[in-house]
Design a binder for this molecule. Structure first.
Ligand code: GRF
Length: 219
């Protein structure tokens, strides 16, 4: 079966992109990273992509007066490459509803909290300050509202007494690198069925509608 053609959009470090590239390199993985696209020429992740023989492209948002023009360039590039799925991985530009609807159900995002809690920025500070015992990370289908959309996979991470935003971010990032490849695999296998705000997973042993801290063998 043909592999799902994936574009990963990054703005800086790109460690999640790297976890996706590594997963796709495994034999039999049902997706391939066709391109890594960045709005920022300085994004560290571009070097890793190039070293791994993945075509890269920079489309600098500052060169466009309107967000729509910037996104038009992105769509044109992704259409040329016949991309099936977009994975946002630390891509720090808000997307218009037009763009999201053009790629409806074909954009994934990873966010470092247990959505719908702590949308937006500075999530680790806010989680610690809130007194919550658990936070984590979420991979979801993108909808026009920021950090919103059907949840595919989540991982929960406890907040420890001596956690700083940095120490918490480090532990959450480890989980991000596990769940993003897993969500991509589920998408590529065509096992995600979207019903309104909910993503159902086909073929799971039990009729679960979402997974928390899943292990690959459980699905
Ligand atoms: C990650 O924490 C991700 O959840 C958030 O931005 C960060 C990007 O990190 N959206 P990286 O560039 O993937 O290393």
């Amino acid at each position: 079966m043909a592999k799902l053609r994936v574009a990963v959009l990054i703005s800086s470090r790109g460690s999640n992109m790297q976890s996706l590239v590594r997963a796709c390199a495994q034999e039999g993985f049902p997706a391939e990273i066709t391109t890594v696209l960045s709005n920022n020429l300085e994004a560290g992740g571009l070097k890793f992509a190039a070293e791994n023989a993945i075509p890269t492209r920079v489309i600098d948002h500052r060169e466009f007066e309107a967000r729509e023009e910037f996104e038009k360039q992105i769509t044109q590039y992704l259409e040329e490459l016949e991309i099936d799925l977009i994975c946002l991985a630390g891509f720090m530009r808000l997307l218009t509803a037009d763009f999201v609807n053009r790629w409806r159900d074909r954009i994934l995002n990873i966010h470092p909290s247990l959505l719908p809690a702590f949308k937006g920025l500075h999530v680790h500070e806010r989680a610690i300050e809130s007194g919550t015992r658990f936070t984590g990370c979420t991979v979801h289908i993108v909808r026009p509202e920021m950090d919103n959309g059907p949840i595919i996979v989540q991982a929960a991470v406890p907040i420890l007494g001596d956690d700083t935003p940095d120490s918490l971010a480090t532990r959450i990032l480890e989980q991000e690198h596990r769940i993003y490849p897993l969500a991509l695999k589920l998408m590529a296998e065509g096992r995600i069925r979207i019903q309104g705000p909910i993503a159902l997973i086909d073929g799971a042993e039990q009729p679960i509608r979402s997974l928390i801290n899943p292990k690959l063998e459980e699905i």
